[in-house]
Write a protein that binds this ligand. Structure first.
Ligand code: NAD
Length: 249
């Protein structure tokens, strides 16, 4: 029986949707450990912001595509905050926007390594620890509506990695349900973050907004709200689900 605080680990938590999840989780009472890959200043600023607001937070540097990182992330965050009880696999990249025929092997490899293997490594670490300690953990994997729309002309390789994340979510949820562990995914539509600039088209949201039935782009906080609901006791009978948060797309 777990008696300590609820501790959430978030990969790629220093900006964008990850940072919105970290902030909302802290407000909801979680101690939050998050990873960042490059921007140590942004990570330190977020930890300081949360500290000042009376929350507990801890940042760990590392690349989710490194098979050794997950154990290091959990060890460092748990030493600072206590045993993890929840995990959000948020870190993800699209690779360069463009047609698939022009995608180079190094970009395909890094997108697969980050989005698919990165999610699997952290998920495996969490499941091993939760099953060993009898913790009824909860996990949310961040997918994308690209998994079902395909992202033609933009990043079909990325769409394929997110379809893999969703299949992984469904299978893992069934495998660990008897241990009292829940696993779900959130599939966001387009949200205002730096991911579009990293893809080579900072103004992509303005280009694609006309496709969205609700007529607007998501704020990262709207994605975070869905993630925190899935992690919460209110979603106690929800596992293996993929929740689209996409304004109707
Ligand atoms: P972002 O680029 O602003 O943030 C991504 C975060 O992941 C960053 O903190 C980055 O440092 C981290 N990251 C990237 N590669 C990493 C690696 N190898 N190891 C560790 N951390 C790494 O993007 P975002 O829009 O906030 O994306 C968050 C998630 O949401 C991603 O999985 C993305 O695919 C998904 N998503 C985003 C959108 C959107 O329109 N923004 C839509 C659908 C899905």
């Amino acid at each position: 029986m777990l008696t300590g605080p609820d501790v959430l680990l978030v990969t790629g938590g220093s900006r964008g949707i990850g940072a919105a999840i970290v902030r909302k989780a802290a407000r909801d009472g979680y101690a939050v450990g998050f990873s960042y890959v490059r921007n140590g200043d942004a990570a330190a600023r977020l930890v300081a912001e949360l500290d000042q607001a009376g929350h507990r937070a801890h940042a760990v540097q590392g690349d989710v595509a490194d098979p050794d990182f997950a154990a290091r992330f959990f060890d460092a965050a748990e030493a600072a905050l206590g045993p993890a009880t929840a995990l959000v696999n948020n870190a993800g990249i699209t690779g360069r926007i463009g047609r698939f025929r022009d995608a180079d092997p190094a970009m395909l490899r890094s997108t697969l390594d980050t989005n698919v293997l990165g999610t699997m490594y952290a998920a495996q670490e969490a499941i091993r620890r939760w099953e060993a300690a009898g913790i009824p953990g909860r996990m949310v994997n961040i997918s994308s509506i690209a998994s079902t729309l395909g992202a033609p002309g933009e990043y079909v390789h990325y769409a394929a990695t997110k379809a893999a994340v969703e299949a992984f979510t469904i299978g893992l949820a069934k495998e660990v349900a008897p241990a009292g562990i829940r696993v779900a995914a959130v599939a966001p539509g387009t949200a205002y973050t730096d991911i579009h600039e990293a893809a080579g088209e900072p103004n992509r949201p303005a280009r694609v907004v006309s496709r969205v039935p609700m007529g607007r782009i998501a704020e990262p906080e709207e994605i975070a709200n869905a993630v925190l609901w899935l992690l919460s006791a209110e979603a106690s009978y929800v596992t293996g689900a993929v929740l689209r948060v996409s304004g109707g797309l």
